[in-house]
Design a binder for this molecule. Structure first.
Ligand SMILES: Cc1cc2nc3c(=O)[nH]c(=O)nc-3n(C[C@H](O)[C@H](O)[C@H](O)COP(=O)(O)OP(=O)(O)OC[C@H]3O[C@@H](n4cnc5c(N)ncnc54)[C@H](O)[C@@H]3O)c2cc1C
Length: 367
């Protein structure tokens, strides 16, 4: 269920193992391919794209980064990711990953149905849906609930789930603009007025974020640029803004991630605040584990336990980065703790190394 990164990658992994699958997606193809979300691929996600034979465009067009900058008190400090870990990250938009996976599915002539509706799931193994005006029933050995945070799979088994959740009292206002990035690597800025992130999609497209009220309406472009200058303490490159929006921030995990023949993966089971760039990568980690467990009942029974081991590490890192970098409250004690943590992170090699290993990503677990 779901034609996002998790569902599409699972379909590809199953194809390579010779296991039949049908992918059902509620939205149309155009929408799914244009949906701008994550942009940072961990090393293990890049390795997975290579493993399934779809790394070519990612290597040609993606931007490999070997460091990130933490900026506070008007100064930037580089965390040398590759020097500290031997690994790197790649900037390659989630929608590009999705395009590559859809093209591959199409080339293999395997079922991927867009614009399905009236979807209902029986965790014993039955899926009902409507497509092209006709009702269908699918009997499956296994249903993968890869239908995101707002899908139908998780609510279907709500009775057996324990929910762990934290909402943050802020959101991110994000823009995409036609101009060269202001720096070659990502900049994470802590400022008394709030957090800011300078990122990119390519050498020509800039991606920027500002901490804002969770229910804020996107500001005028000029006000966004002025605020970015203030928080970064420098004059950032400006250009026409062609997309902007506000994303709320939440940490969320359900346990277990399975019930009967239904297995949840990706955003259907957990959400992180985007500060650690982990959402897409964790979705990929889940399906790598799930695909390798299919056909082995003991491994399938252990899916929740093994997936959550990694998920909670990622939850901790995302929460920690968020708490260190954002304006969390008006409490001056909290601000001093954050500044101390930031200074320690950029001056202690041990602490910088811990950040770097989590940022480039933990290895994916397989059965
Ligand atoms: C606005 C936004 C910005 C983000 N930015 C970042 C970022 O900068 N960095 C980062 O790491 N992460 C980011 N994320 C998170 C990241 O995009 C997700 O973690 C990732 O998309 C998870 O993939 P998924 O396949 O599990 O879920 P999704 O990508 O949500 O895919 C689920 C799919 O299921 C489909 N679906 C839903 N209901 C049904 C149904 N009933 N039947 C069939 N199909 C259904 C949906 O249309 C969707 O295509 C962002 C998320 C959002 C919403």
């Amino acid at each position: 269920m779901g034609g996002g990164p998790a569902g599409l990658m699972l379909g590809r992994l199953l194809e390579l193992r010779g296991i039949d699958s049908v992918i059902l997606e509620a939205r149309d193809r155009e929408y799914v391919q244009q949906r701008v979300r994550a942009g940072v691929l961990e090393q293990a996600t890049m390795d997975l794209m290579d493993e399934v034979g779809l790394g070519e465009r990612m290597h040609a067009e993606g931007l490999v980064h070997e460091g990130v900058e933490l900026r506070f008190d008007g100064e930037g400090h580089r965390i040398a990711l590759t020097e500290l870990t031997g690994r790197a990250i790649t900037i390659y938009g989630q929608q590009e990953v999705v395009k590559d996976l859809i093209e591959a599915r199409e080339a293999s002539d395997l079922p991927l149905h867009f614009e399905v509706s009236d979807v209902s799931v029986d965790p014993a193994g039955t899926v009902r849906y409507t497509h092209d005006g006709e009702s269908h029933i699918l009997e499956a050995d296994l249903i993968a609930g890869c239908d995101g945070f707002h899908g139908v799979c998780r609510p279907t088994i709500a009775d057996v789930l324990t929910v762990y959740e934290r909402e943050y009292p802020f959101g991110w206002m994000g823009i995409l603009a036609e101009c060269a990035p202001s720096s070659e690597e990502l900049i994470y800025a802590h400022h008394e007025r709030g957090f800011a992130l300078a990122s990119m999609r390519s050498h020509e497209i800039t991606r920027m974020y500002l901490q804002c009220a969770p229910d804020a309406q996107p500001w005028e472009d000029e006000a966004i640029w002025d605020e970015l200058d203030r928080r970064f303490g420098m004059s950032v490159n400006r250009g026409p803004v062609f997309e902007k929006g506000v994303t709320p921030m939440r940490s969320f995990v359900v346990e277990p991630m399975q019930h009967e023949r239904l297995f949840l993966a990706g955003d259907a089971a957990h959400i992180v605040p985007p500060t650690g760039a982990k959402g897409l990568n964790t979705a990929m980690a889940d399906v790598a584990l799930l695909a390798s467990s299919i056909g082995d009942e003991a491994a399938l029974n252990a899916y929740t336990e093994r997936a959550l081991e990694r998920v909670w590490r990622v939850q901790h890192f995302s929460w920690w980065m968020t708490s260190m970098l954002h304006r969390m409250s008006d409490d001056p004690f909290e601000t001093q703790i954050q500044r101390s943590q930031l200074r320690y992170t950029v001056t202690s090699e041990a602490q910088a190394t811990a950040l770097a290993f989590s940022y480039v990503g933990l290895p994916f677990i397989t059965a």
